[in-house]
Design a protein around this ligand. Structure first.
Ligand SMILES: Cc1ncc(COP(=O)(O)O)c(C=O)c1O
Length: 430
């Protein structure tokens, strides 16, 4: 059976690493090294000239990182994956690969606040603009794209509004105008959705979240889907489709074919910007991938049980979880997230911000922290934390009410999560 046809769990366990060719060790070694001994000066030159594959310096590539990248890439069905030091670094490197002064990105206004502030605070200073749209409506996206657009960005499930991306319609809208569709798949992971299969061109992750699962590191990744033909638009993507002066005038699209974007990121952008992860973090992430399929199944089962409980609770005003029939995009979730909707949900309690605060302070099992996608259940109030740097107007436009609470349902026994919410809701109602 070819690797492509294998099931998700088999790929997770057998894709990027089998055993160490030197020692036979089956566990992935942590190659704690900055650099690699060259055989001779001819080999050194050949590695630097990209004439042979190998390792030069761990900012560019490292065997532990590569094993993890290859596993993630196999799970996603991409042409090449690039690991970065954080989700923010993943976006920063990707945007640098695609954009230059005068260009823009069409971005959903309902994405993670940090993605928006990266554009507003950093890239705007270099002349790269963000055009914000409601990506639930692909026609809005299409209208916003212009000759200077270099990509469309949205999240598979929006943080924290839980809106589901209309993947196929967004892909069609983007492709009609010669721009790639970039999906942040952090909330679903390849265990629940593989956006490339639905037409997306690039997938981005904060691997800090479900991919790690243990809340023990910060990481990010970009997966090159391999289907976007950069060579068709040389004027838009000169760094991929034309001789690249940053690397001996090689044409990445010619030399690396489908994996052009991944190669450009590795060889040029990460080399110059330096957002590589450590071998130790890549090792932890590699281990986590082996259980991702099991964890996402359980997150989804627990998520649905908790969402159903909240929906029925008299103290709860509203719940947004794509797996609930009441979710406006539940039909789409049944298609794109048919194996489950994960553990993320948003809800509002009666009594507004004050009641929400009381609820958070009354929880005992559920943790209160600025993370999500961990094995443990966590809660946060986005308007005063993760999305607090956005203006009130921006939050209102994204539909993010001040009373919204974001819950990341973990892997504990669902009854225990529900019992903790029950007692906290009752305390909040007093
Ligand atoms: C959907 C999403 N994308 C990207 C990021 C940024 O990732 P990181 O915190 O790993 O830099 C986050 C962080 O919360 C996120 O939720």
């Amino acid at each position: 059976m070819t690797d492509k046809k294998r099931g998700f769990m088999t790929k997770a366990l057998h894709s990027g690493w089998e055993s160490d060719p030197a020692t036979g060790a089956s566990g992935l070694p942590i190659y704690a090294t900055s650099a690699y001994q060259f055989k001779d000066s001819a080999q050194a030159a050949s590695l630097f000239n990209l004439e042979e594959d190998g390792f030069i310096y761990s900012r560019l590539a490292n065997p532990t990182v590569k094993a993890y990248e290859d596993t993630l890439n196999a799970l996603e069905g991409g042409a090449g994956a690039v690991a970065l030091a954080s989700g923010q670094a993943a976006f920063a490197h990707l945007i640098t690969a695609l954009c230059s002064a005068g260009s823009n990105l069409v971005i959903s206004r309902k994405v993670y606040g940090g993605t928006l502030t990266l554009m507003q605070n950093i890239f705007s200073r270099f002349g790269v603009e963000a055009i914000l749209v409601d990506s639930d409506h692909p026609c809005q996206v299409e209208q916003a794209i212009n000759d200077d657009t270099r990509g469309v960005i949205t999240e598979i499930i929006g943080n924290p509004m839980m809106n589901v991306a209309p993947l196929e319609a967004l892909a069609r809208a983007s492709h009609r105008h010669g721009v790639p569709l970039i999906i942040d798949n952090t909330f679903a992971t390849p265990a629940l959705c593989r956006p490339i299969e639905w037409g997306a061109d690039v997938v981005v992750y904060s691997t800090t979240k479900y991919i790690s699962g243990n809340g023990n590191l910060i990481g990010g990744a970009v997966v090159d889907g391999g289907n976007f033909n950069w060579s068709e638009y040389p004027e838009k993507y000169p760094g991929l489709a034309l001789p690249d002066p940053s690397y001996h005038d090689i044409v990445f699209a010619e030399k690396y074919g489908r994996a052009a974007l991944a190669a450009k990121l590795h060889c040029s952008v990460v080399r110059d910007m330096g957002g590589c992860p450590s071998a130790f973090d890549a090792y932890l992430l590699y281990l986590s991938l082996s259980t991702l399929g099991l964890r996402m199944k359980r997150h989804s089962e627990n998520g649905l049980a908790v969402a159903k409980f909240l929906e029925k609770h008299p103290q709860v005003e509203w719940v947004s979880y794509p797996g609930l029939e009441s979710h406006p995009q539940n039909d789409m979730a049944k298609v794109y997230l048919k194996d489950g909707c994960g553990g993320m949900m948003a809800f509002g309690v009666k009594g507004g911000v004050e009641a929400g605060r009381k609820l958070v302070d009354s929880l005992s099992l559920i943790g209160h922290m600025a993370n999500l996608g961990q094995t443990r259940t966590l809660i946060i109030h986005p308007a005063s934390t993760t999305h607090g740097q956005l203006s009130t107007e921006q939050r209102a436009k994204a539909g993010l009410s001040d009373g919204l609470l974001r819950l990341s349902v973990g892997l504990e026994d669902a009854e225990d999560i529900i019992a903790d919410l029950e007692q906290a809701l009752s305390a909040a109602g007093k």
